[in-house]
Design a protein around this ligand. Sequence first.
Ligand code: NAD
Length: 505
Amino acid sequence: MTGTNGHQASDPLKEIETRLFINGEYVESSNGKAFGLLSPKTHAVVAKVFEASEEDVDRAVASAKAAQPAWAALTVEERSSCFKKLAALVREHNDELARLEALSMGKPVSTFIDGPAFSWLFDYYSESGYDVQGTSSLNMPGFVNLTFRQPYGVVGVIIPWNVPLLFFAKKAAPALAVGNTVVLKSSEKAPLAASITNPTRVYLLTFKQSARIGHFIKEAGFPPGVINIVTGFGNVSGSVLSHHMDVRALSFTGSTRTGRLIQQASSKSNLKPVFLELGGKSPAIVFEDADLEAAAQATQYSVQTNSGQTCMATSRVYVQDTIAEKFIALFKEKFGPVKVGDPTLKETNHGPQADKVQYENVLKYLEIGKKDGKLIMGGNPDSRENGYFVAPTIFTDTPEDSVIMREEVFGPVVNINIFKTEEEVMAKANNTEYGLYAAVFTKNIDRAMRFAKGLEAGTVGVNCTSPTTGKDTPFGGYKGSGLGREGLHHSLDHFLETKSSLDLA
Ligand code: NAD
């Protein structure tokens, strides 16, 4: 078994095992293939992860297909009880799940919002079956016209590594609530919290009980086959799932590159509807009349949180010329003193990049930034720690056509550029293939409204960069940032077909 980054695995008996969860059972991959997951902090193997084969995905889909009619036939109360129990079990095991994420992708335990978000969403959707309503009309003489909403059947869910449990719940919970069954593919970079299934003795010594989502799914009462989890690499299990003829709808969060492949897979197979939450290169615009302290705090938080590995990170900050010097000083003051360190320790709030690939990718962008722009802070691996740590980095005066201004860096890196007029900054902010998020900081309400209207983004924050995901505003992207909107009741539509029925009266 080789590691994801080419390292040799250590003694597999000392590792956590992550198996597939199919038809209510933990299983190894049919071909026995597995890889060693490496810690981004210590570079040691922390888990053995079985890789689902095409045959395994087929089995998972078949089991979801077989389970779906009986699941859809349950009452909302019966389904609801499984949702509430699963939410409670995850809440109870929050600290263990946080530690698993720290081990796999380096997220500091102090910043682990994933478990609480998972439980909140499963609780929220537990009774959403009641929101599924059709319509009726008597407008055609001789007929009663009825409209039903029905589940698709088997829904595929593919999630990224940066907030795995949040995306698990955001997609699987609404799909299940309205009577679909699910095959979920976890990310190869962070498979532990979403799919750990068979912890070894060493793991059990660390925790009294094991945080096993598959185990919780069973304990909560979900019948076998209703939720299946496959692990492994995107080009195998993800691709098979998105091409599968029996997967009738697919919800994906990840990069724009993979989103394109998923849309192609749909067009080459059964034209399944695909819902795509993709990458971003979000602008934040700071006008001279803004509360500069608050603007610096919000934009710094946006780029620093999860070590810059968030889709909404305001990685392009445009600041008006008259206040540029003051704003940059404030930003620097807040960006500098983050507590970098071991993500399993409570005092850490800045962990390593998720893995070697992510880390080297960020370093490549730092070199581009140094060549094209002016380095103000950072620009290197973080010398304070071993592991894949990148120092919080600020560039200014970077040309708009530089690669670092156009591509998603996914690291603690910000480009701060200066503007003079509204027209100029609106054009610059919109000059991107992405359109996930944008923010404007000003006390002028008319200007705020002009920018809320004019910025090409699925969400525009006015005097804030706070994420709204999981709450009741629809979330999603313009342009290359996605297709469709997610969020509470908005998500239910993704997972329901509409049928018209004309009945002779
Ligand atoms: P990724 O696209 O590399 O991988 C996402 C998932 O897709 C993984 O499970 C991966 O195994 C799978 N995959 C890879 N190739 C595939 C293929 N050919 N067919 C099917 N599945 C495949 O993205 P990532 O690196 O895991 O996540 C980071 C990206 O996700 C960033 O671009 C980020 O902006 C984006 N993201 C977007 C949102 C949002 O809400 N818009 C939220 C979080 C992350």
